[in-house]
Ligand binder design. Sequence first.
Ligand SMILES: Nc1ncnc2c1ncn2[C@@H]1O[C@H](COP(=O)(O)OP(=O)(O)OP(=O)(O)O)[C@@H](O)[C@H]1O
Ligand SMILES: [Mg+2]
Length: 416
Amino acid sequence: MREGVRLVRRGWWILLLAAVGGAGCALLVTGHMPVKYAATASMMIDQRDALSQQRLKSYAGLVTSRRLLLEIAVTERLDPAALAGNVRAETVPGTVLLRAIVTDSDPARAARVANRIGDELSGLIHTLGNRPAIKVAVIDPATVPVSPVSPKPPINVAAGILLGLVFAYGLLMLRSRLDTAVADSDDLAAAIGAPTLGVIGRDRRQPLAVTEAFRALRTNLQFVGVDGRPRSLLVTSSGTGEGKSTLAINLALAVAQTGRRVALVDADLRRPSIARCLGLEPAMGLTDVLAGSARLPEALRRWRDVDVLPSGRIPPNPSELAGSPGMLRVMSDLTADHDLVIVDAPPLLPVTDASVLATVCDGVLLVARAGRTRRDALTQATGQLGRVKARVVGGVLNFAPARPRSPYPESRMTFR
Ligand SMILES: Nc1ncnc2c1ncn2[C@@H]1O[C@H](COP(=O)(O)OP(=O)(O)OP(=O)(O)O)[C@@H](O)[C@H]1O
Ligand SMILES: [Mg+2]
């Protein structure tokens, strides 16, 4: 049921398109369908002894008989076989009533033929000879029908819409089976087993744009684990290029805007990007502190109210450094002086650095790229974090498509 609701929410435009398309096709087909009118003549069979239903049925058979219709077809200049196909007889159970129903593209001719059948049935029964006492009286002659019986545009359009919807729903189900990339915040939460704390739209102004989405994420972070609120937060993801560094920078800025002391550490010792993104001159950084060639206060750089610790020189043994006692010391020094320490990490699946770093941070924020990050990659990444007993506080869906249908796209998890 929930799956169905999600499918509809995500593919509502496909359903809408299919409904409109279905209605359009139905109208098109309806426009090409021949217009048909039906006229009915009701007859009563009068006979002295009781008339069995059996016999009434056999009289009904006469209505569509070739013998009766042949002459009518000749005078009306109709093909006898076609006429036979357009004539129907109906008995009314429990009565001696018989109806001849004639459909025709010409309403007047439909009525004329129905009445001729009524008139001639009596004669035919007489010629058959055996029942002279039988009288057939037309009690309700056919009148010229005003509206056609077919086509019926409302019914056709409704059927078209229904067919379109069924077809589109099938397509949506197929798409969700084949597509294993996270598409929305529900997908992400389900894959990582933790709430989605932020949804960041695709935005070319990145990396330095503290939008409402980042402020919402900042707010949500205040509520994760009310007592054991993370003082140090590792930002990572399953694969590369999912927006970890961008997120780490903007989150640091957003938190700094509230007046809290924030440190931002570039712990991606393989492909560092923070210093480059912020336009900081290459200088000492984390690796220099870990190697003992610099002290922490010397390596920290002030940038827009954020204390930034760049990566420093790229070392030959990044994962070893990440798990070194020095790293633990750097983290405890930083958390002592700051309200929040944000650590930008490499991706989880290709290298072990992030798992190691997760052990020296209070919480992990998992970034996923909408439409790209695979659900199984996230499951694998969370499994890896689980094995080192790291605490995943939540996920952030990055590169989320704009969702015009929701007036509050980024505030689904905010508590104001
Ligand atoms: N929400 C966004 N909208 C548009 N572009 C974005 C968004 N987030 C990140 N980007 C861009 O995507 C690219 C990759 O981002 P970023 O470097 O932050 O990813 P990463 O996960 O840190 O990558 P890596 O795995 O290499 O460290 C950058 O060019 C960045 O500007
Ligand atoms: Mg990065």
